[in-house]
Design a protein around this ligand. Structure first.
Ligand code: S3P
Length: 437
């Protein structure tokens, strides 16, 4: 990685311009995994070439698919309709989505696969996925500590399950659905609260039948085992989770106006935009159209006098990755922004509640920490601090955005992880007028 060990964001003049959002990370992982499990050729356009995705691309090659890159974001995966045992341990790097979906993908084949990851991924719980996969018949051999990587997955014959999610997690749902493709019987997953539905949409695009019934605020997803996937073309839309950073910067740096083009607007991903609008943000969406089975649009943010709100807890799943950047903008809002019902933030790439609380406080912002949330009191932000990121890309980018509008520069340690989801972040931001060095 070429990026240096500390980035410093300095108070910036207004940000202006239009940029394209990098490809969506969730859809990029899935396009490679589905392409490798399918029979035939899958052509992918707009693939995010972040480190997390490159780790998944290497994983699919070692599981037997042919994975080729033809140009920027243009990849071809030739699958054999099955996965095979790799020669070596699969290192998923920093990617929770990569490893959790892959454990489900391999579980239904007669393979032995050991998965590992970096220091952050080795700290994250895996039983939430291996538990349901074990009840389908897969076996797991923890190499160091139970519930943590590295783990060996021993796949084979699986039986369908009925599973009720206790947390709204697309990673758990997706791992079960991928395993269910090769299980005998019909697997049913009940989500009392909906999580992102990219897997369900992509299963259909690859020729599988999935039945989805709405129930209350959630849904029940049923998939009959023994279905095979056929290669197809995937056009990856822009990632709303990445688009959030330049848009956030525009909202808090006076005089700014920034457009991010081609942002995916799937309602299970775009709740941050609703939340910002509730806070008084001048945010407009134009050029709405369908691309790759998802609605996309160009999102324009202009500098706004934000006001604090109580973020509806029902939105948590649809913006779970966006609370760090929301908190950075809330630091400039008038009054309190209350973010609750987000305990899941503590088991992401880092304990994101603890890290945001520490980082914001270091920058002079008043924050109250709660077990499952936090409350930010906005006002002028002092900055003038060096912040720990625990190798978490979104913690790093959130504090860099904050530093652009603070009174004094904000430095972030270990920003290399930004490349997992947003390669070229600093160049893109500086191209808009930001001062990050
Ligand atoms: C993801 C699901 C979410 C999210 C992650 C990507 C996915 O995790 O935080 O960044 O692509 O399925 P959970 O399913 O654990 O909530």
């Amino acid at each position: 990685m070429s990026e240096s060990k500390t980035f410093i964001a300095s108070p910036s003049p207004s940000l202006k311009g239009a940029v394209k959002a990098p490809g969506d990370k969730s859809i990029s992982h899935r396009s490679l995994i589905f392409g490798a499990m399918a029979e035939g050729v899958t052509e992918i356009d707009g693939l995010l070439e972040g480190d997390d995705i490159l780790a998944t691309a290497r994983a699919m090659a070692s599981l037997g698919a042919k994975v080729e890159k033809f140009g920027q974001g243009h990849w071809k995966v030739t699958g054999k309709g099955r996965l095979q045992s790799p020669n070596d341990t699969i290192d998923c790097g920093n990617a929770g989505t990569g490893v959790r979906l892959l454990m489900g993908a391999v579980a239904g084949y007669p393979v032995n696969v050991t998965f590992d990851g970096d220091v952050s991924l080795r700290k994250r719980p895996m039983k939430r996925v291996t538990g349901p996969l074990a009840s389908m018949g897969a076996r797991f051999d923890w190499k160091l500590d139970e519930d943590r990587l590295p783990v060996e997955v021993k796949g084979g014959k699986l039986t369908a399950i009925d599973y009720v999610q206790s947390v709204a997690s697309a990673q758990i749902k997706s791992a079960i659905l991928l395993a269910a493709l090769n299980a005998s019987g019909t697997t049913r997953i009940t989500e009392p609260e909906k999580s992102r539905d990219h897997t369900e949409r992509m299963l259909v695009a690859f020729g599988a039948k999935v039945d989805v019934q709405e129930v209350g605020e959630g849904w029940v997803i049923a998939l009959e085992g023994g279905q095979s996937l056929r290669g197809t073309s995937v056009s990856v839309p822009g990632d709303p989770s990445s688009a959030a950073f330049p848009l956030a910067a525009a909202l808090i740096v006076p005089g700014s106006e920034v457009t991010v083009e081609g942002v995916m607007l799937n309602p299970l991903r775009a709740a941050l935009f609703d939340t910002w609008i509730d806070m008084g943000a001048d945010l407009t969406i134009t050029n709405r159209q369908m691309a790759g089975g998802e609605e996309v649009g160009d999102v324009t943010a202009r500098y706004s006098r934000l006001k604090g709100i109580v973020v509806p807890e029902m939105r948590a799943a649809a913006m779970i990755d966006e609370y760090p950047v929301l908190a950075a903008t809330a630091a400039f809002a008038e009054g309190q922004t209350v973010m609750r019902g987000i305990g899941e933030m503590r088991v992401k790439e880092s304990d994101r509640i603890a890290l945001m609380v520490a980082g914001l406080r270091a920058c002079g912002v008043e924050v109250e920490e709660e077990p499952e949330g936090f409350v930010v009191t906005g006002g002028p932000v002092k900055g003038g601090a060096t912040v720990d990121t625990a190798h978490d890309h979104r913690i790093a980018m959130s504090h860099l955005v904050l530093g652009l509008a603070a009174e004094h520069p904000v430095a972030v340690r270990d920003p290399e992880m930004i490349a997992t989801s947003f390669p070229g972040f600093v160049a893109l931001m500086n191209g808009l007028g930001a001062k990050i060095a």
